[in-house]
Write a new protein. Structure first.
Length: 264
């Protein structure tokens, strides 16, 4: 499938009438959203509301039953996840997914594979082009680790790092492909209060430092309230509220959906 060229005035991401069915279950229903350049927005809802399904659809892990997703004006229908990544989408996961049999530095290097611009032949003969690109990738990875204050862990394996540091590394890895859209799936999950506050500072710093739009899922409303200018709320796959953090927090439908949830 051939993609259409990006347009400069297109939204970073636009979702139109997205619906996802799993057998007889409608996980997402007629979902629409538009994100512009450098926005920091949120997606919330109770467990099982369909939030991660939306992210999986945007990332190309699922193909929608109905509707369309456009990244920079390019439709993603039929594209595999690596092709969606090449359009400018970076992603973290609720359950940290790092390559624990590789060093921290190698985790960043491998994440840049889509930018290598050499094939099997060059790697097999270790051509000059191959060696130059590998050197550049390693240097860029080291620069990113320095920016995130992770260079001291470069030769360590991720599984040996503190949990909060693993989260930080996963976000750094997602940024290594220079995405225009960064999807953060519950980045505060499993973090203690101190680490959650550090995460808030980190995400705010990323938003201010990198040329990236951030869309995040999070159950901790204090994190969302401090970071997001706009929040969309779904329940049973349907949108029940959207607007500013204060608006959705006090919305009757949201309060009903979260009744008894101490995180809101």
């Amino acid at each position: 499938m051939q993609t259409q060229p990006k347009t400069n005035d297109a939204p970073v991401m636009e979702i139109r009438g997205l619906t996802q069915n799993f057998g007889g279950l409608k996980a997402v229903s007629d979902f629409s959203v538009k994100l512009g350049k450098n926005e920091l927005s949120g997606l919330i809802g109770p467990n099982g509301a369909g939030k991660t399904t939306v992210f999986n659809l945007v990332s190309g892990f699922y193909q929608p039953s109905e509707g369309e997703i456009l990244i920079g004006g390019v439709p993603t229908a039929g594209l595999k996840p690596h092709k969606v990544t090449s359009l400018g989408v970076g992603r973290t996961f609720q359950n940290i997914r790092l390559w624990n049999d590789m060093t921290v530095l190698d985790n960043i290097c491998v994440a840049q594979h889509s930018q290598l611009n050499y094939g099997f032949f060059h790697s097999a003969i270790r051509s000059k082009h191959y060696l130059q690109r590998e050197k550049e990738i390693t240097e860029k990875a080291a620069e990113l680790l320095n920016v995130f204050d992770l260079m001291k862990y470069a030769d360590d394996f991720p599984k040996n790092l503190p949990y909060g540091t693993q989260r930080k590394l996963e976000i750094a890895r997602a940024l290594s492909s220079h995405p225009k859209l960064l999807l953060l799936d519950e980045p505060a999950a499993g973090l203690n209060s101190a680490d959650a506050h550090d995460l808030i500072r980190l995400i705010r710093w990323i938003h201010e430092t990198f040329d990236v739009t951030i869309w995040m899922i999070e159950h901790h409303m204090d994190v969302m309230m401090q970071l997001c200018t706009q929040i969309k709320v779904i329940d049973f796959g349907e949108t029940i509220a959207e607007g500013s953090a204060e608006h959705v927090r006090n919305h009757p439908a949201v309060m009903t959906a979260y009744l008894g949830d101490e995180n809101i």
